[in-house]
Design a protein around this ligand. Structure first.
Ligand code: DC
Length: 233
C-alpha cells in the first residue's frame, strides 16, 4: 500500500473549550478523513434523557437513563453547507439542541454512567474500524482506540480557554460574565479528570499540543509534521 492510501486513526483528547473540534475538523478536511465528535454523542444521550423524563428537578435518574438506552439510535449525516456531519437521534437532527446550556450542565453526569459509555464506546469503535477517522473526545487514545497511530493531547491555559468561550457566547448574544465562564471551565476540568470511569488523562504515547498562543494555521503546520512522520514510518 502506498503512503497516501494508508489510512490511520487520529485520536484527539483534551480539556473542554480547547478548540479540539475546530482542530479535528480542519485535519479531517485536509486528509479527506471522517471527523467524529464523540462529545456530541454524549450530548445526544443527555438531550434524549432530558426529553424522556430521566431528569427530575435537575437530578439525573440513572436507572431511567439506562432503561432508555436501547431505544436511542445515534447517527451522523454529512452537511455539505457546514462542511461537517450533523448528529441525529432516532432520525431527528439535533445538532443545535445538544449545544444548549441545559444539556451542557447535565452532560458530565450522564457521561459518567458506565452503561452509557459502554454503548457509545462500542459505537465509536465500529465507526473507526476502517481507519481514516479523526475522533475527538476525552478517552479516545486511552480507551476507544488505544492502538491509534497518532494521539494528540490538547491543552490550553484555562484563562485563554475561558476568554475564547466568552467571546463565542457573547457573539451569540448570551449574557454571561468572564468570571462565571472561568469557573465553569475549571469545574468541568475537575469533573473530567476525576470521574471514576475513563477519566481524562494523557495516553503515554500521546503528543501534547498546548495551543494557548497558536493560530489554527500554526496548529495545522505542527500537526502535518507529526502526521508525515507517522505515515512515512
Ligand atoms: O467535548 P464536549 O464538551 O462536547 O463533551 C461533552 C461532555 O461529554 C464533556 O463533559 C465530557 C464528555 N465526554 C466524555 O466523557 N467522553 C468523550 N469521549 C467525549 C466527551
Amino acid at each position: 500500500m502506498n503512503q497516501s492510501s494508508r489510512k490511520i486513526v487520529i485520536a484527539i483528547d483534551g480539556f473542554s473549550s480547547c478548540g479540539k473540534s475546530t482542530f479535528a475538523k480542519a485535519i479531517a478536511a485536509r486528509l479527506g478523513y471522517i471527523f467524529i465528535d464523540t462529545g456530541a454523542m454524549y450530548r445526544a444521550v443527555t438531550l434524549y434523557s432530558l426529553e424522556h423524563g430521566a431528569v427530575v428537578d435537575g437530578e439525573v435518574q440513572q436507572d431511567k437513563v439506562v432503561e432508555l438506552l436501547p431505544q436511542i439510535e445515534i447517527s451522523f449525516r454529512f452537511n455539505a453547507e457546514r462542511g461537517a456531519s450533523d448528529i441525529y437521534v432516532n432520525g431527528v437532527e439535533v445538532e443545535q439542541k445538544i449545544r444548549s446550556i441545559e444539556v451542557s450542565n447535565l452532560v458530565s453526569k450522564i457521561s459518567s454512567i458506565a452503561q452509557v459509555r459502554e454503548k457509545l464506546v462500542a459505537m465509536q469503535q465500529r465507526m473507526g474500524q476502517e481507519r481514516g477517522v479523526v475522533m475527538d473526545g476525552r478517552d479516545i487514545g486511552t480507551v476507544v482506540f488505544p492502538d491509534a497511530e497518532l494521539k494528540i493531547y490538547m491543552t490550553a491555559d484555562p484563562a485563554v480557554r475561558a476568554q475564547r468561550r466568552y467571546d463565542e457566547l457573547t457573539a451569540k448574544g448570551d449574557d454571561v460574565t468572564l468570571e462565571e465562564i472561568l469557573e465553569n471551565v475549571i469545574s468541568r476540568d475537575h469533573a473530567d479528570m476525576n470521574r471514576e470511569i475513563s477519566p481524562l488523562r494523557q495516553a503515554e504515547d500521546a503528543i501534547v499540543l498546548d495551543n494557548s498562543h497558536m493560530s489554527v494555521e500554526e496548529q495545522m503546520a505542527w500537526f502535518m509534521e507529526r502526521y508525515e512522520a507517522v505515515i512515512s514510518r
